[in-house]
Write a protein that binds this ligand. Structure first.
Ligand SMILES: Nc1ncnc2c1ncn2[C@@H]1O[C@H](COP(=O)(O)OP(=O)(O)OP(=O)(O)O)[C@@H](O)[C@H]1O
Ligand SMILES: [Mg+2]
Length: 281
């Protein structure tokens, strides 16, 4: 299905609802990804009172890619996510979701509903609800699931929640109140809630900040399990973690609002300029 979804338009329902442009198991319904990319940032500049947080930034993310973005404090990584999600309007440049959807013309709400899921640094879960209820609520917020306030979960939907519980390492904990989880577990739950909404692109800003070493290692495992099933952009400062999830994929180094280097972790780690501005500190 390559038809383009307009803001506010419902996703198609019924038995063909899941047949998007096919890239293996990566979801792309409603988005025209015929050229293989899910996201194009083209010459994005963001000026705050003349200071360029992003400076003519261009980059593409392929369908199903797990892209890591690294770079020093203030490089513009979070600002880049703010632009993609409509929180910040660029001063100039375009952001295309697939070939035809210009995200710079859409509201934050509509961007979330065409399938861009974002995780902020601090976990935001419903603390007074159980783990299971949090995932159930997230499912109800998914525009692609026909639901009413009092809908009863089908066995397929229960199965989906079970699958996510296993993925986020919280099976057996589903009756616990989310407020009682550790910081790392809350982060996983929030990732699970995003996944319940079946995003076509998932943005994670510093997912392992504040996690224990064991939790960080499990988060790397989790992301490695999502590899190839979702299109994901991860911003992180934890280089051991980035090395673990980047594998042979591309890592982008941002510096002063532009791409300083791009390539495998091995390549960027040995890049003199990257060592000078970031890794060698
Ligand atoms: N709303 C704003 N007004 C003014 N300046 C801003 C605003 N938002 C961000 N900046 C500036 O833009 C630059 C880029 O910030 P950004 O938060 O994107 O960096 P970052 O790469 O995410 O850094 P970190 O690794 O510390 O999270 C910084 O110098 C920051 O102070
Ligand atoms: Mg940041």
């Amino acid at each position: 299905m390559t038809e383009i979804l307009q803001p506010g338009q419902q996703y198609p329902s019924g038995e063909h609802a899941d047949q998007g442009t096919s890239y293996g198991r990566v979801r792309t319904e409603g988005v025209d990804t015929t050229h293989g990319a899910i996201l194009y940032l083209e010459e994005i500049t963001v000026s705050f009172d003349g200071f360029k947080a992003l400076n003519n930034l261009s980059l593409d993310i392929s369908v199903g890619e797990l892209r890591c973005i690294i770079g020093p404090n203030g490089a513009g990584k979070t600002t880049m996510m703010d632009v993609i999600t409509g929180k910040t309007r660029p001063t100039s440049g375009t952001v295309f979701f697939g070939q035809t959807i210009d995200l710079t013309k859409m509201t934050e709400y509509d961007i979330a509903h065409v399938g861009v899921g974002r995780k902020f640094q601090r976990p935001t879960v419903f603390e007074q609800h159980t783990v299971f209820e949090n995932l159930e609520l997230a499912m109800k917020m998914n525009k692609r699931v026909k639901s009413t306030l009092f809908f009863k979960l089908s066995s397929e939907q229960k199965g989906k929640i079970e699958e996510i519980l296993t993925l986020i390492r919280l099976n057996g904990q589903e009756r616990r109140l989310a407020g009682l989880l550790s910081h790392g577990q809350k982060q996983w739950l929030e990732i699970g809630m995003l996944l319940m909404q079946e995003p076509q692109l998932l943005l994670l800003d510093e997912p392992v900040a504040g996690m224990s070493d064991a939790e960080t290692a499990r988060t790397a495992e989790l992301l490695n399990e999502l590899r190839g099933k979702h299109s994901i952009v991860v911003v992180e400062h934890d280089m051991a973690f980035v090395t673990e999830i980047a594998r042979e994929g591309k890592v982008t180094v941002l510096h002063e609002g532009s791409v300083l280097a791009e390539g495998t972790m091995d390549k960027v780690q040995n890049d003199e300029r990257v060592i000078e501005v970031y890794l060698g500190r």
